[in-house]
Write a new protein. Structure first.
Length: 425
């Protein structure tokens, strides 16, 4: 299957009211996500004495597990549900739920045990299960097919801008004003995002566009709710099985997530244990990675739009993984900052191209389910990487564990890279 290459439309023409509303809602919502991430690091740092012993690494692993279990249990079914209902409504309602969930956490500590906080985080990420595929799939309902790569590069740039602001500002707020203040601001961002998303207006499908497998129109359940969901998931799996470009879209991002989670779990413990205000520095370093990803996303839309999506998706994987080894090899914040920027820059083409690959290869009526399958693989990668990182940290130094695991992920990525470079789409 050979896909048409995108012509480079004017960026300014993309900024309709609907696309601007989606972009604004996404930026503010992701800003909230990052505030939550950094606030939880500070909360755990406070609870564990700044990660003073190797056992404290397991608290980060528990947090990662709370973030990922909902996706592993419900991911594909949520995607099938999102493919059936109004994606705009899903986006608004999940932002409201996430805002309420985050607002509850400051009132839970120290009167309630820490595991209850993990429970609320699980609820938060259950809501994320609905938000993420709906956000990815709704783009094709707002933007024409020939503008998808440009639109995704802008959305990715916006996401990374929010990541920079969320981690950098959040790190300062969490360190100086406390994790509770960071969570209050986090809650407000979700409510603002819900208000912005209300301005989205969907366009009509393009002539001949397939909205569901083998059909030009959306259809309801064939014979009951259960059969509908199972059929939708089977069709999404069939799309992934029969389309090489869809397979790359689903299975390439988890490779990057394996490396990123390893660097997160072990890097946080290393930095918090040797720097008094470690949370603030972690925020700056992740912010630099976000800046790199923003630059990489813009580079993808501006320069790489004529390249085959499969090749773009995979050739940057080693450039993501190798710089992350600096976390275990140097204590220089300048070198770490440079390494994080380079890794983030390389991640930009990976995520923009794989998201566009799914939007090109999956019909509109199945895109959310395919994105949910991708997200499930990414969450499984988080569980695997976090578990191995915690186990390795108990058996050897965190520095050695970090480098060893990153080498393992690099070796695992080699077959994926070979497959992607052979793709003609």
């Amino acid at each position: 299957m050979t896909l048409p290459r995108s012509r480079p439309p004017d960026y300014r023409s993309l900024f309709t009211i609907s696309f601007t509303a989606l972009l604004a809602g996404q930026i503010v919502s992701i800003l909230g996500d990052r505030l939550n991430n950094i606030a939880m690091i500070e909360l755990l740092a406070t609870e564990t004495g700044r990660f003073a012993n190797s056992g404290s690494t397991f608290e980060l692993s528990k947090l990662a597990l709370a973030m990922t279990l909902p996706a592993l249990a419900f991911g594909p079914f949520v995607g099938a549900y999102v493919d059936r209902v109004s994606r705009k409504r899903v986006l608004i309602l999940t932002d409201i739920v996430r805002g309420l969930a985050v607002l509850a956490i400051p009132f839970m500590r120290p009167s309630l045990p820490l595991w209850t906080v993990y429970g609320v985080i699980a609820v938060l990420y259950f809501a994320n299960l609905f938000f993420l595929p709906a956000r990815c799939a709704i783009v094709s309902e707002i933007v024409s097919r020939d503008r998808l790569l440009k639109a995704n590069s802008i959305l990715s740039l916006g996401a990374t801008t929010a990541t920079i602001a969320g981690f950098v500002v959040g790190g300062v707020i969490a360190t100086k004003a406390g994790w509770r203040t960071a969570l209050y601001l986090d809650s407000a961002t979700y409510f603002f995002s819900a208000a912005a998303l209300a301005f989205i207006r969907l366009r009509e499908p393009e002539a001949g566009a397939v909205t569901e497998t083998g059909s030009l129109t959306e259809e309801g359940p064939v014979a009951g709710e259960r059969r509908y969901y199972l059929q939708t998931i089977r069709e999404a799996i069939g799309i992934v099985r029969h389309s090489r470009i869809a397979r790359l879209g689903v299975f390439v991002p988890p490779v990057v997530v394996l490396a990123g989670t390893t660097a997160y779990v072990l890097g946080v413990t290393l930095i918090e244990s040797r720097i008094p205000e470690g949370t603030m520095y972690i925020g700056f370093l992740i912010g630099l990675a976000g800046a790199g990803m923003g630059a990489g996303s813009f580079f993808t839309g501006k320069v790489l739009h004529k390249q085959p999506l499969g090749r773009t998706a995979v050739i940057w994987i080693p450039v993501v993984i190798l710089p992350l080894m600096a976390i275990g090899l140097t204590e220089s914040l300048y070198l770490l900052g440079l390494a994080m920027f380079v890794a983030g820059f390389a991640a930009g083409p990976v995520f923009v191209s794989t998201e566009t690959a799914i939007q090109h290869s999956a019909p509109r009526g199945r895109q959310a389910t395919v994105f949910a399958l991708r997200d499930m693989q990414m969450k499984l990668a988080v569980v695997v990487a976090a578990g191995l990182a915690a186990a390795a940290a108990g058996a050897m130094s965190a520095k050695l564990a970090l480098v060893a695991l990153l080498v393992l992920w690099l070796l695992i990525s080699l077959p994926v890279i070979r497959t992607g470079t052979a793709a003609k789409t």
